[in-house]
Design a protein. Structure first.
Length: 425
């Protein structure tokens, strides 16, 4: 495999981390190109559990070069804590490169986000409160943005930070009347310490990736979040603030999408969603709770219970189309093993009309009634299965139905969190 990409096709937490980890031994470079420490990827291998957030999952193998590319927003404190925590777990990370074009998250981003989410009340987006959206907003707005490259230039950084913090204090005072002003000098001192630790890793990652491509190095692009959380194509405004579908690879890394030879779409065998926004197949009943318990569906980053429901082939098919996937990895199939029968949403009924198109406005999505196809359950433990032919026929029929309705062949099936618990087609 030369250049591969892994993207989530639902609302995140599809178990992308496991697939990326499985594929890293076939790639020399692993690239994370979007999002920040809003992501939470759990990787289980050799009996150890690793929680990754900002770091590419390639970091777990010392032979791999991990790249945090241009499209990522970086909280340097969180990044260093993550590196320290891995080192406490005995991981000797391989080489890590960080883009000097990546934007930096500061305390005012977190303060602004908290104020804005509070103001939205019931309509809160339900963000991870990591300052992701407010940092991306400053990136798009340009006037308040600070990049990793700026942080590497102490004098320029000091000047810029003083200017931005003064303006941010004005904005925050307007949002929160009793706002305690942030001190530019204190932030500068703190961030300069981070800058010194990160300096050896900060570089022009775009140039690095292009040199690597010229040398035919193998590369794996690792997405965070999911296609339906994409800022342009997702369930706006209940989305994240970057292009979290396959559409984000080019802007986020500087590598043209046409060099990608295989785009793998990762899907959960059912649906989960964290935060606000419509989710047509959500089950607010015993079955939903059963899936949450069996799948341990609680957020890695915020610990929030994930909203659970049946597999939604309309939403996932749309995610697959905008991301342009070649095949699917169907994850957490084992979670469904105790259910008598299973449902897959094959169409929506909106205002009496049946459609397989995913609505562009959440008003319609909120009114979408799922039209289900019912399939028998397999009622067997499948966590030990390693060959497709050893899966119960009902489980194979379920996977075939997912592939058919989403419109891409299923090449990988996951039957447990461990690296080994994987069935390849
Ligand atoms: P990501 O954000 O897409 O990487 O996904 P998360 O790591 O947030 O969530 C997926 C969760 O499912 C993690 O806790 C994984 O360890 C776990 N997991 C991955 N594959 C399987 C599987 O096939 N079965 C079960 N039961 N758990 C899995
Ligand atoms: P991984 O990479 C699931 C959701 C948040 C919220 C919305 C916006 O683990 O799949 P943000 O903090 O990004 O501004 O929040 O997006 N969200 C995720 N949901 N998995 C994620 O990442 C997510 N990252 C953000 O819950 O609804
Ligand atoms: Mg996750």
């Amino acid at each position: 495999m030369a250049v591969t990409a892994v993207v989530g096709l639902q609302w995140g937490d599809e178990a992308k981390g496991k697939i990326v980890d499985l594929l890293t031994d076939q790639h020399e470079i692993v690239v994370r190109y979007l999002g920040g420490n809003n992501a939470g990827h759990t990787v289980v291998c050799n009996g150890q559990t690793y929680k990754l957030s900002l770091l590419p999952s390639g970091i777990l193998r010392d032979s791999v070069v991990s790249v945090i590319a241009t499209g990522v927003v970086i909280n340097p404190k969180a990044l260093l804590e993550e590196l320290d925590s891995l080192s406490r777990q005995g991981v000797e990370p391989g080489r890590l490169l960080i883009s000097d074009r990546a934007h930096v998250i500061f305390p005012y981003h977190l303060a602004e986000e908290a104020a804005l989410e509070r103001r939205r009340g019931e309509k809160a987006i339900g963000t991870t409160m990591r300052g992701i959206g407010t940092c991306y907003r400053d990136k798009a707005g340009r006037t308040h943005a600070i990049r990793m490259g700026d942080m590497m230039r102490p004098e320029l950084f000091r000047e810029r930070l003083e200017d931005v913090v003064a303006q941010k204090n004005d904005i925050l005072r307007a949002l929160v009347p009793d706002h305690e002003p942030l001190q530019a000098a204190a932030i500068y001192d703190e961030y300069m310490q981070y800058a010194e630790r990160l300096r050896p890793m900060v570089t022009d990652t775009t140039a690095f990736l292009h040199h690597a491509l010229k040398q035919n190095s193998s590369m794996l692009f690792e997405a965070a979040q999911g296609s339906l959380l994409d800022i342009d194509h997702g369930t706006f405004p209940y989305v994240t603030s970057s292009n979290s579908s396959g559409c984000g690879i080019h802007p986020g890394s500087g590598v043209p999408e046409r060099v990608i030879e295989k785009m793998i779409g990762v899907v959960k065998a059912y649906t989960t969603r964290v935060g606000g926004g419509p989710c047509p197949t959500e089950l607010e009943d015993e079955t939903g709770q059963h899936i949450r318990d069996e799948g341990n569906e609680y957020g890695t980053v915020t610990g929030r219970p994930r909203r659970c429901g049946w597999f939604d082939a309309v939403a996932t098919g749309y995610g697959a189309r905008i991301s342009g996937v070649d095949c699917l990895a169907v994850m957490l199939l084992d979670v469904l093993s105790k259910l008598d029968e299973l449902k897959i949403c094959e169409a929506y009924e909106i205002d009496g009309e049946r459609t397989t198109d995913f609505p562009s406005h959440i008003d319609e999505l909120a009114r979408a009634k799922p039209v289900y196809r019912t399939l028998p359950g397999w009622k067997k433990d499948i966590t030990g299965v390693r060959k497709l032919s050893d899966l119960p026929s009902e489980a194979r029929a379920y996977i075939d139905c997912v592939g058919e309705l989403v419109g891409a062949p299923v090449e990988i099936v996951s039957v447990g969190p461990d690296r080994e618990q994987t069935v390849r087609g």
